[in-house]
Design a protein around this ligand. Structure first.
Ligand code: ASP
Length: 315
């Protein structure tokens, strides 16, 4: 039995202690802890990395604090359109959905795409039709509503701005509630199999069916037993252009970088060069974990059978 490890994130951005109340901070810490124990329990019982990342993400999607599932941000039209992806590093199978509505747990739908469709990536109405066919749980609009996301959206809905839900940008300077995020998990199980998963409501006030990096295999989500499993969070457009998650894997495979070196190169050099704010979490086949970000903070936590454990919000 090898070392097994789970790493999770709840988004990156302008996450500053000065903007946080003690109650809110505690709520984030609790939310991360719950997700970490849900996913880690799967690994401890000998479950697969795929099931571990899924269990962690379902917990985070159900938590209204995070921008995924319940509590997702609003689009320009005032609705919630969610994206999610999951990838199995053992066989490079993957499933992803974009722009889905009313799906309680988009990560379960992405998993269903991976396991029971002949496809990798479904979008919009078609993805929703597939959810219904597969018996995936749906919820009414009210279920996804949260006042603070609504207020965030109201502050910028009449502008052409769209924003990371947790970053100060122009009009967002006016807003207080901006420290919430996309969620992700990566795992290495007892067999040394890797998996990655990411789920998000995307960016506040997004329009034209905008899709970010989160559901794009290779950009926001990637797993390969030969190298690593990666889940990203940040300004999706830059992560897509940098093919960020796969680039970490490529640096390890072709240049022999360690996980930490590869993630630092991508996050602190390549993304910074194109003003790509955000971060990522990663794990390799030996169960080594890394959490790297170029923003003020990133909600993050990890636990490993080696005894290592960490939970942090700020730099
Ligand atoms: N990367 C996500 C997106 O661009 C946003 C986030 O990480 O919060 O849709």
């Amino acid at each position: 039995m090898g070392q097994f490890t789970l790493v999770i994130h709840g988004g990156a951005g302008t996450i500053l202690k000065a903007d946080m109340t003690p109650d809110l901070e505690l709520a984030y810490v609790e939310g991360l802890k719950q997700a970490l124990s849900a996913g880690y329990a799967v690994l401890e019982e000998g479950g697969t990395a795929v099931n571990a990342v899924k269990a962690a993400l379902v917990t985070l999607e159900d938590n209204v604090l995070f921008n995924a599932g319940r509590g997702s941000v609003f689009t320009k039209k005032g609705v919630q359109e969610m994206d999610a992806a999951i990838m199995n590093g053992a066989d490079l199978s993957a499933g992803a959905v974009a722009g889905v509505r009313n799906v309680r747990n988009p990560i379960e739908l992405a998993t269903e795409v991976m396991l029971n469709s002949n496809h990798v990536f479904l979008s919009g109405k078609g993805a929703n039709d597939f959810a219904i066919k597969q018996g995936i749980k749906l919820e009414p609009d009210e279920y996804f509503f949260s006042q603070f996301r609504y207020d965030q959206w109201k502050a910028i809905r009449d502008s052409d701005n769209y924003s990371l839900d947790h970053t100060h940008q122009r009009l967002e300077e006016l807003m207080r509630d901006k420290k919430f995020g996309t969620v992700g998990a990566v795992a290495c199980d007892q067999q040394g199999n890797l998996a990655a998963a990411t789920s998000t409501g995307g960016m506040t006030n997004k329009k034209y069916g905008r899709i970010g990096d989160s559901p794009m295999i290779g950009s926001g989500t990637y797993a390969n037993n030969a190298t690593c499993a990666i889940s990203c969070t940040g300004h999706g457009e830059m992560f897509i252009r940098a093919v960020a998650a796969y680039d970490v894997s490529a640096l390890m495979e072709y240049k022999g970088y360690t996980l930490q070196q590869a993630m630092e190169e991508v996050v602190n050099q390549k993304l910074v060069a194109i003003e790509g704010e955000g971060g990522m979490i990663g794990v390799d086949g030996q169960g080594n974990a890394a959490m790297v970000f170029n923003s003020a903070g990133m909600y993050r936590a990890m636990r490993s059978s080696s005894g290592a454990e960490e939970l942090a919000l700020y730099r």
